[in-house]
Design a protein around this ligand. Structure first.
Ligand SMILES: Nc1nc2c(c(=O)[nH]1)N[C@H]1C(S)=C(S)[C@@H](COP(=O)(O)OP(=O)(O)OC[C@H]3O[C@@H](n4cnc5c(=O)[nH]c(N)nc54)[C@H](O)[C@@H]3O)O[C@H]1N2
Ligand SMILES: Nc1nc2c(c(=O)[nH]1)N[C@H]1C(S)=C(S)[C@@H](COP(=O)(O)OP(=O)(O)OC[C@H]3O[C@@H](n4cnc5c(=O)[nH]c(N)nc54)[C@H](O)[C@@H]3O)O[C@H]1N2
Ligand code: SF4
Ligand SMILES: [Mo]
Length: 687
């Protein structure tokens, strides 16, 4: 007898702009295939390459998954564990927590979390436990996009309300600034951008495929965005496109940058940024005429003056009045509130009794090394030994025998190898949840397709059990998933219950949103604040500066480490096929730089700075500008010969705002490895 085949709609919960609809084929209680949902407006039947491989590869391989709670029996980092029951693991962890709380403040319990899964409950409910406990949250955004959040907050009053992508049909131009949709938003690259009728402009140091497909590509030197923004505004004014009426009525502080704009001729802009003055003028005309959309990616704010760069880019929006109507606007992220959802309902900040202590990822390694500040660490949804800065120092800190370390993951990562207790998490295919994408204003279903592998449990259930073992009484700590889903769906106002949404996969309000249509902004003045008293009070310049980073110190290359096409942060780094695609860690450099350094394609080399050393294979690419080495993020250190990835070079310096990462400002020297085998050749490498 043939067992019945069923097709179930669900959603990819990775931290990806696309949030693809998925169609899972199930037969006899087993998953046969995980594919794109043909009915989904963006995935249209196909997932990206990495998810097609990994969701049908390592994610379906029970042998690769963590499937029982584990307790450490070997030295930290050796990965030697013995299985224990859930009851035992939870009881022992609670007992150790309670005993350390007798002598230490609750804030000495740290927890890190981020993009492992972005579904609403699994990604947020555990915060209820940590808030009740009084633990220190390692602020996830500090390793990703906090500088941008702060800059948009000062200028627009929020970073979480962007244009509705459906309004692209009304845009005369779309400016993609510091994003690489080809890798980080593949379906947006494939369909949303090409199908939009407007002129495409890309501003990026790397000639990635989205840049190459654009009508205008401004290839600037890294960290020079603010100077470019000022030059663009200068050219807008020169072309008679400056919207004085808009500036007078809806903005605050134009006069604070007026002089800087006047001084930043496109010629001066060219000298500082490397972008030809003629191209600056052309882009200014196109963007200035509008209506224009500006997509602010996360790349530009991962520079030392990244917050300043975002404020300067927003001054261009203000100077051209490109906001508040169909086809005009800015998008950094669309937060849950654009779907009517109040995330505080899920995370319950009010459970905290003594404030909400936080820490920057930039300070994580030092803090963990200090028993006075860190007694315990919980890592969930986060592979810090691959993703956070100061990798070598972090590894040493995790060796601390006296640090209670609990890690939740679905795989045995570099980070879980150091834990005292490893708790197996259920994957997105194994429990119901919701996704609220951060590009499109959709509400999408996450559906339980099969039972969890082994004894794995969803994050939220693990923290319910821990709360009970700690003797916590607050009912919010035990609220069941179906009740949370009911409340969240009600908040969306879509009129769908969970089954209704499950049948569709994804739903959106019919009418696209036009944010700030009344041209009132949630800033203190109600206007776009080009200059900001709040920024000044926080120790920042009153208004954005026409800043441009100097080129890297002589002999050093600027190491950019953005998203890889084959990984999602560190996820999929353990899939055999993906590892095949990734090959031996490459550093892509411009052929002229390689020639100067006497390095050929295929040379085994090292990138080196005061923080660390990373073995790489040199690959030549004309898509990478001079002075830059492109080394993608996310490889698993434990599969690398030197047990390190690009974050071994990252000193964890803070950007100008938000105690945030400036990972694209790392510099390192590239040289041939001693006794290197040179497999010379002039092959060009694609991005
Ligand atoms: N050099 C460099 N470093 C970077 C960046 C960069 O640009 N350059 N980018 C930074 C950015 S933007 C980010 S957001 C961070 C992201 O850093 P991470 O949060 O570490 O990213 P991921 O690899 O997506 O996910 C972490 C872990 O979550 C696990 N996971 C998946 N599903 C679940 C689940 O349901 N439950 C649990 N408990 N775990 C699960 C995965 O197996 C993975 O090990 O990295 C940062 N690091
Ligand atoms: N395939 C894949 N997709 C992903 C991820 C992944 O790891 N893999 N990560 C996800 C996550 S967590 C995030 S936060 C997003 C991030 O996705 P994006 O917003 O695309 O950000 P990045 O990947 O950091 O880099 C984007 C671009 O910024 C450019 N850049 C670097 N420095 C500068 C600069 O000084 N100025 C300008 N203008 N550009 C600069 C880089 O060259 C790169 O092309 O992607 C998500 N999507
Ligand atoms: S990672 Fe992004 S592109 Fe790939 S399937 Fe998931 S949502 Fe789609
Ligand atoms: Mo991120």
């Amino acid at each position: 007898m043939r067992s019945e085949r069923t097709e179930i709609k669900t959603t990819c919960p990775r931290d990806c702009y696309d949030s693809c609809g998925i169609s899972v084929m199930v037969e006899g209680g087993r998953i046969r295939s995980v594919k794109g949902d043909p009915d989904h407006f963006l995935s249209r039947g196909s997932l990206c390459g990495k998810c097609s491989i990994a969701y049908n590869g390592v994610w379906l391989d029970p042998a690769a998954r963590l499937n029982a709670p584990l307790k450490r029996i070997g030295g930290k980092g050796t990965g030697h564990f013995a299985p224990v029951s859930w009851a035992e693991a939870i009881k022992e962890i609670a007992a150790r927590l309670q005993s350390l709380l007798e002598t230490h403040p609750a804030s000495s319990v740290l927890h890190t979390h981020y993009t492992g899964t972005c579904s609403v409950i699994a990604g947020n409910f555990p915060l209820r436990f940590f808030r009740r406990l009084g633990a220190t949250e390692v602020d996830p955004d500090t390793v990703c996009n906090k500088a941008g959040h702060e800059a948009l907050g000062y200028t627009l009053g929020t970073s979480m309300i962007g244009f509705d992508p459906r309004t692209a049909s009304a845009a005369a131009s779309i400016l993609v600034w510091g994003a690489n949709p080809y890798s980080s938003a593949p379906h947006i690259h494939q369909s949303w951008l090409p199908e939009a009728p407007g002129i495409k402009i890309v501003i990026d140091p790397i000639a990635h495929p989205t840049a190459k497909a654009a009508d205008l590509f401004l290839q600037l030197r890294p960290g020079t965005d603010a100077a470019l923004a000022f030059a663009l505004i200068h050219a807008v004014e020169e072309a008679g496109l400056l919207r004085r009426d808009f500036l007078d009525a809806h903005t605050f502080g134009w006069s604070a940058i007026e002089e800087g704009v006047r001084a930043m001729t496109p010629e001066r802009g060219e000298a500082l940024t490397g972008v030809p003055a003629s191209l600056i003028r052309e882009a200014a005309m196109v963007y200035g005429r509008g209506p224009s959309l500006m997509w602010l990616g996360q790349g530009m704010q991962r520079q030392k003056m990244g917050g300043n760069a975002c404020r300067a880019a927003l001054a261009l929006v203000a100077a051209t009045g490109n906001i508040g109507r169909a086809g005009a606007g800015v998008l950094y992220l669309n937060g849950p509130a654009t779907r009517g959802v109040d995330l505080d309902y899920v995370t319950k900040p009010e459970l905290a009794r003594d404030g909400l202590p936080t820490l920057s990822h930039m300070d994580l390694a030092q803090t963990l090394a200090d028993p006075g500040r860190a007694q315990a660490l919980f890592c969930w949804n986060n592979n810090i030994l691959a993703s956070s800065p100061q990798q070598a120092a972090l590894r040493r800190a995790l060796e601390r025998e006296d640090l209670l370390h609990v890690a939740l993951d679905i795989f045995a990562t570099d980070t879980t190898d150091y834990a005292d207790y490893v708790l197996p998490a259920a994957s997105f295919l194994e429990f119901d949840d919701l996704m609220l994408p951060y590009f499109h204003n959709a509400v999408s279903v996450q559906r339980k397709v099969v039972d969890p592998v082994g004894e794995a449990l969803p994050n939220q259930e693990i923290f319910r059990r821990l709360a009970a073992a700690m003797g916590f009484k607050e009912p919010e700590l035990y609220e069941p998933d179906d009740e949370i889903l009911r409340v969240l769906l009600e908040e969306t106002g879509l009129g769908l219950d969970f089954e209704g949404l499950a049948a569709r996969g994804t739903a959106m309000p019919e009418v696209p949103l036009i944010p700030f249509a009344d041209l009132v902004f949630p800033t203190p003045s109600g206007r776009i604040e080009i200059a900001s008293e709040r920024a000044r009070e926080a120790g920042h310049p009153y208004a954005p500066l026409p800043h441009a980073d100097q080129s890297a110190e002589s002999g050093m290359l600027r190491v950019l480490s953005p998203a890889s096409e084959w990984q999602l942060n560190s996820s999929y780094g353990n899939d055999g096929k993906i590892r095949g695609r990734l090959g031996v860690a490459p550093a892509l450099v411009n052929p002229a730089d390689a020639a100067m350094l006497a390095l050929a394609d295929g040379t085994e080399a090292v990138l080196e700075n005061a923080t660390g050393t990373l073995p790489v294979v040199v690959r030549l690419s004309a898509d990478v500008p001079r002075g830059v080495a492109l080394v993608h993020k996310g490889r698993w250190p434990k599969f690398e010969a030197a047990r390190a990835n690009v974050n071994v070079l990252n000193p964890g310096e803070k950007a100008d705002m938000g105690e945030s990462s400036c990972v694209h400002a790392v510099e390192a020297r590239l040289s041939a490895r001693a006794r290197a085998r040179q497999t010379a050749g002039d092959r060009e490498c694609a991005i």
